[in-house]
Design a protein around this ligand. Structure first.
Ligand SMILES: Cc1ncc(COP(=O)(O)O)c(C=O)c1O
Length: 393
């Protein structure tokens, strides 16, 4: 990221402030589109990362087939932005959600949800298609690969009919706990194997699986294109004697779709995992030093209400990376205070500004009403339109 340019753009504004280097974001959109194409897959980015109508449209312009959403608010906002093919990767349980889905499906060319129970499709509006979620190791949602998932899909197809069963989905969130590259490789292998094995078992039972949906930013960096070409980390095919990656490509009968989210902005967790480089991070929170209680400690005006506090990568030290001042650790946060520490003097004075690449970009963006987009053609404000909930009737 061009941090000097971002700091200059933020200079007239109060802090804390979320800023994006649009040229870096655009390069990320292009790189992921090419990477997924090289794997023989389609891209359906998880748009909960940015919750932005403009960024969703840019992802589609780069070739994404549609977007993934986690909330109805997101799905409705992206529909309003003109995206006509949406996957709500969350079970839509309860009458309020079903009612909103009914209104939404009428506005879209294609709408699907993912579930891991037949109970979750009761009352599902006509026209909404369904993915069955498999647990490939994250242990959040999903039935185990193989027999448990086959039994679930058989019940699902009995309930909604084969036409509305679109395929199998998994989310390899356990990749964030990976201690090294081989654990990331294993998470990528596990998601492929879970989908392929279960699809094959379903085929043997006469149930065709039209789509396989997988992925996260960390595992996308560890899937190897066919032919042993290097993956995102520079490694080529698995070394002799190790388990060879299972081949998975879209075919005439089965489309494979990837759902990375974080890649659009990048964050300190990806840097710590080795799945994105620092210069590929597009988002920073600009903060002001408000206190320097001693030479080894400075306090900024950005705490857990401006920077994500949900760190799941053990390898990351602190709550972000302070760009250009890597000797600093964002060691603690309270709501409006971030405490920077350093073994050597911090070198910071009251009034200085710093740019922090947050630990987790998705939950950081969700804290900001708008993001300042820094672009050669002129800077602009991008409202984070899809954030929040709609609790009312
Ligand atoms: C169901 C689902 N799919 C895809 C993603 C995207 O993964 P990432 O944010 O690691 O890119 C997420 C992220 O939480 C998710 O929950």
């Amino acid at each position: 990221m061009r941090v000097e340019r971002m700091l200059a753009a933020a200079a007239p504004c109060d802090t804390p402030l979320a800023v994006v280097d649009v040229s870096v974001m655009e390069a990320n959109l292009e790189a992921m589109q090419s990477r997924v194409a090289a794997l023989g897959w389609s891209l359906r980015p998880h748009a909960k990362t940015h919750k932005s109508a403009t960024v969703a449209r840019r992802q589609i312009a780069h070739g994404a087939r549609g977007v993934t959403a986690a909330t109805l608010r997101e799905a409705e906002s992206f529909a309003t932005a003109g995206v006509d093919d949406i996957l709500l990767a969350h079970p839509p349980v309860g009458p309020a959600k079903l009612q909103r889905l009914g209104a939404l499906v009428a506005r879209l060319r294609r709408l699907a949800v993912s579930v891991d129970s037949v109970e979750a499709v009761r009352g599902l509006p006509a026209g909404v298609e369904v993915f069955w979620e498999i647990d490939s190791g994250h242990h959040r949602l999903g039935t185990l690969p193989g027999e448990a998932s086959v039994a679930g899909v058989v019940r699902l197809v009995d309930s909604i009919g084969a036409e509305r069963f679109r395929g199998l989905l998994t989310f390899p969130g356990h990749a964030y706990a990976a201690g090294d590259d081989s654990a990331l490789d294993a998470a990528a292998m596990a998601e492929k194997a879970a989908l392929l094995g279960t699809a094959q078992d379903l085929g043997d039972r006469g149930i065709s699986v039209r789509e396989l949906s997988l992925g996260s930013t960390p595992t996308l960096a560890h899937h190897r294109p066919p032919g042993g070409a290097p993956d995102r980390t520079g490694a080529s095919a698995a070394p002799a004697g190790t388990h060879q990656p299972t081949a998975l490509r879209s075919t005439e009968n089965t489309l494979v779709e990837a759902r990375p989210g974080v890649y659009v902005y990048g964050d300190a967790q990806q840097i710590a995992l080795g799945t994105m480089r620092r210069q590929e991070c597009a988002l920073a929170v600009i903060a002001t030093v408000v206190s320097t209680p001693d030479r080894h400690r400075a306090v900024i005006d950005a705490g857990s209400k401006a920077l994500a506090a949900d760190v799941s990568v053990a390898r990351l030290r602190g709550f972000g990376v302070v760009v250009g001042r890597e000797h600093l650790v964002l060691e603690r946060m309270s709501e409006e205070h971030g405490v920077l520490t350093a073994a050597e003097p911090t070198g910071l004075r009251i009034g200085d500004r710093v740019a922090v690449i947050p630990a987790h970009c998705c939950t950081t963006v969700n804290l900001h009403p708008a993001v300042l987009m820094v672009e050669e053609a002129g800077d602009w404000w991008d409202p984070v339109v899809a954030r929040g909930w709609q609790p009312g009737a």
